[in-house]
Write a new protein. Sequence first.
Length: 680
Amino acid sequence: MNSIYKIVFNKATQTFTAVSELAKGATKTQSQSAKQAGTFLPKFAKITLAISMVLGFGASVMAAGVVVAGNGTATGDSSVSLGYVTKALGTYSVAMGEGTEARGKDSTTMGYHTIAGGINSTAMGDQTIALEHNSIAMGYKSEAKGIGSFAVGGVLGEKTGGIAYTAGSMALGTGTVAGVEGGSQEAVAMGYRAKATGDKSMALGFDSEATGAGSLATGKMTIASGHFSTAMGRKTKALGSASTVLGSGSYALGSGSFAIGKEVEESSFEIESLLREGKYDDIVAHAEYKDAFTDEDKATLAGFTETEDKEKFIILKVAENKGNFGAVAYGEASRAMGMAAISSGKYSSAIGNRTKSSGEYSTAMGYRTTASGNYSTALGVRSKASGHASTALGVDAEASGIYSIALGYNTTASNLSGTAIGFGAKTKGIMGTSLGAATLSDGNLSTAMGYRSRAVGIGSLAMGGFKEKRVDELVKIKDFETLKTEYSDVFTPDIVAEFDLLATDSEKTNYVYNIMAVKGQNQGGQAYSDASIAIGKGTVAGTVIIDDNGTPYKYDDNIYTAGKEEAVAMGYRAKAVADKTLALGFDAKAEHTNSVALGSKAETRDFTQVDGTKAINGLKYKDFTGFADGVVSVGKTAYEKQIINVAPGKISQESTDAINGSQLYATTIVLGNVATSVKD
């Protein structure tokens, strides 16, 4: 049976003493009102109780439980009950407030309907529960269910405060959850609705979730579900094992991946809500996102058996096609850093705003760069490396060929092992090389070096480069009429007719530079045919195929189809345009098959075949040796040249050597002697 005591002050010993409720003692003056007594005594009783708990009652007094005030019960040895319907059931337990229960040994409850069920447990506040040994629950509807767990929080009107399910777990804040009921996780959750359910996980922040073992989620609406993953910032997700994500609206999806960046624009709450609820089909069918998924994507999505794989794939496709997320690292051990950066390839890196690395071991750095080929590298602004092991470096550089390299502004290397270096350089042939501004290597194994040089034929070589400022000046101000007049040798009537059909200034500009290339104006070397060589400003080796009107055929981006001539042109404006020709020198022109033009302004002509019975001045000559199939020219009309320093040639019936002046002189002497003898 309970013993009812009251606390009185013993003046003789100067201590507070628990005595029978029937004992008399000093009372307050009669002038004090009942209201004052009613206000003071409960407060005084709490104070004296606390002091007595610290100092201890006498052994004879504490053998049984004590009900200090109210109609509670104290059935535990040395227990104390204070308040309305309180229960101190455990040994040395204390129950204070209304409807509280201190069930465990050395347990303590305070507040409204709190329960302390474990040994040395504490429950304080409104409807808090501390069930296990050494657990603590504080606040509103907080629950500490694990051994040594700690739960704090709660706001009136919310369903729960903090809930710490497992041993050693901590849940601090309204709606927080640490551990899983019936589990063994050691977890810490802090912040409004934070959840840490993975073993040794920690969630810190509003709506943060750490569900993976050893995971950490800090910030607002962050999620770390991969084992040993880390998510920090706002609306970030680390879904891959050992992944890390920082920033806003960013995702680390692949195992060992890293993502840091800020979302382009806040994604709608609707997609975030659908992702959290696992309503993936609703996202695919949603009007805002359905165009992000091709039929192939939908088939891939249907093949996934794990919901997490579906979520990762959906995030990737929305990021790739909508571009409103932060950084997304999808590939294993990939890195994505920057606004809307996406690294989807294994071990790939995307660094910079809107960069993409989808190839394995690929790297994209800069702004809007894309590395889609395996082992590819794209650096700069809008550069693209799509070929296997390709490299694109610069602004708008593109390397699409396997092992290709594009370096510089608007460069293109589109075939196997092609190299393009310089402003606007293009390499289209296999193993072709373009070095210099506006150079073109179109043929396989061809090389173009120097401003606007073009190597079109297979194995061709074009070198040189010279820029006539007048052409650029007229093109810049779009004065095409003056250009046609000043360069009338280039702009023939047929060319002008075709030019005038072009609609835009951009089309006209491209046409001007291309027709100049064909005519050898304002260009470097132009080696059109296979194995041809053009070295020097305005040189041309080989031809382009033309139609009946003399207009060059076009293909691709205004480049021309080459002929089949084997030709070599070297020197300023030299041209070797016939098969097996050589033009060497300033303005030299070899325009006839198997012919050579040597020297300044040298031009070839058709050869003259001399038969064996040629008659000169009535005399017939016969038995000539040799058969002509071409010419060698060292000049032209009004530009004739002497051939000097010629060694004596062999004189015989079979000889085809050149005869020099000394041999002719000797012949003249002999003929003179013969004439003298005849006269004499």
